[in-house]
Design a protein around this ligand. Structure first.
Ligand SMILES: *[C@@H]1O[C@H](CO)[C@@H](O)[C@H](O)[C@H]1NC(C)=O
Ligand SMILES: *[C@@H]1O[C@H](CO)[C@@H](O)[C@H](O)[C@H]1NC(C)=O
Length: 280
């Protein structure tokens, strides 16, 4: 066994070395489960250092792995770097600045939208060390109740169209008869808007049945949501000899006239009231 000042010196050296290297090295940790966000909500993407040392002098990069050269958020030399920020994240991201001194680099993302879904990376770099962690984000958006419109006579039947918007992930749309049997329809049309929400639309041509009841159902299995709208087509509409279009237009016009008439009435009453008050 070695004793004396030499061994003390060696022990001190080892201790000093382990102390300095420990103060330099760190691990970046995040959630093990995906973060499930409801569209429109504000969420926190957790990320922090172990040990919980300050990152105030480090670079913190939040990246979306679908975007190569731009970032979601960057903090460097005590400043927020705005250049090369992915456009859709502008004004919606922040770090908890008061938490940085204890190694908490969680990202706050406000007003979640469909295209925020994806894999993120929290990357932290000091002068001589770096590490990162991935965070998965899933976005749920329940769309609108399907709207059914009658398009008129089509290829020996009645043309109907169903549309539902504002979904994430992409939903399925089916047309059903009154017994719940799916009808053969045209291929569905899907549109994704700038915020990443889906609109689905599908045309169908139906034949007259004993009930003339048809259902449009929109369902999203992953988020376990579904909506349906039923439509009843009066038999007369299937009859080619009925100028149904004309009767439809007439009833529409009547409707519009009624609305205008009642609006005018309300307006006149208000006007009278106004005058009344002015006179008093
Ligand atoms: C850092 O972590 C230690 C041990 O995990 C804990 O006792 C301490 O309160 C933390 N410090 C801060 C500033 O969060
Ligand atoms: C980081 O800060 C946020 C906001 O204050 C907080 O919700 C979160 O729990 C913190 N994370 C850790 C690991 O301290």
């Amino acid at each position: 066994m070695v004793t004396g000042p030499d061994s003390l010196y060696v022990t001190l050296l080892i201790l000093l070395h382990s102390l300095t290297s420990e103060s330099v090295k760190f691990e970046v940790l995040g959630p093990t489960e995906p973060i499930v966000a409801v569209a429109g909500d504000d969420i926190i993407l957790p990320c922090y250092l172990k040990p919980n040392i300050s990152v105030e002098d480090m670079t913190v990069d939040w990246l979306n792995l679908d975007f190569m050269d731009e970032h979601v958020y960057r903090y460097q030399n005590g400043r927020i770097i705005q250049e090369d920020q992915i456009h859709s994240y502008r004004g919606r991201t922040s770090l908890f600045i008061e938490e940085l001194w204890r190694g908490n680099t969680s990202l706050k993302l406000t007003r979640v939208q469909g295209n925020d879904e994806g894999r993120y990376k929290c990357f932290i770099k000091s002068n001589n060390w770096y590490d990162d962690v991935s965070v998965q984000v899933l976005v749920k958006a329940v769309g609108s109740r399907p709207v059914v419109s009658i398009e008129g006579h089509r290829e020996g039947g009645m043309g109907l169209v169903c549309q539902s918007e504002g979904w994430h992930p992409e939903p399925d749309l089916v047309w059903l008869d009154s017994k719940g049997v799916s009808l053969s329809a045209e291929p569905p049309e899907t549109h994704r808007d700038l915020k990443g929400f889906y609109t689905v639309k599908q045309h169908v041509i139906v034949q007259e049945t004993d009930t003339n009841l048809f259902t449009c159902r929109v369902l999203q299995k992953q988020i376990n949501e579904d909506f349906e709208t039923k439509v009843h087509i009066p038999s007369e509409l299937f009859d080619y000899t009925t100028p149904w279009r004309l009767s439809f237009i007439v009833s529409c016009c009547l409707g519009v006239i009624t609305v205008i008439a009642s609006a005018l009435t309300v307006y006149c009453i208000h006007k009278k009231k106004g005058k009344h008050y002015i006179n008093v």
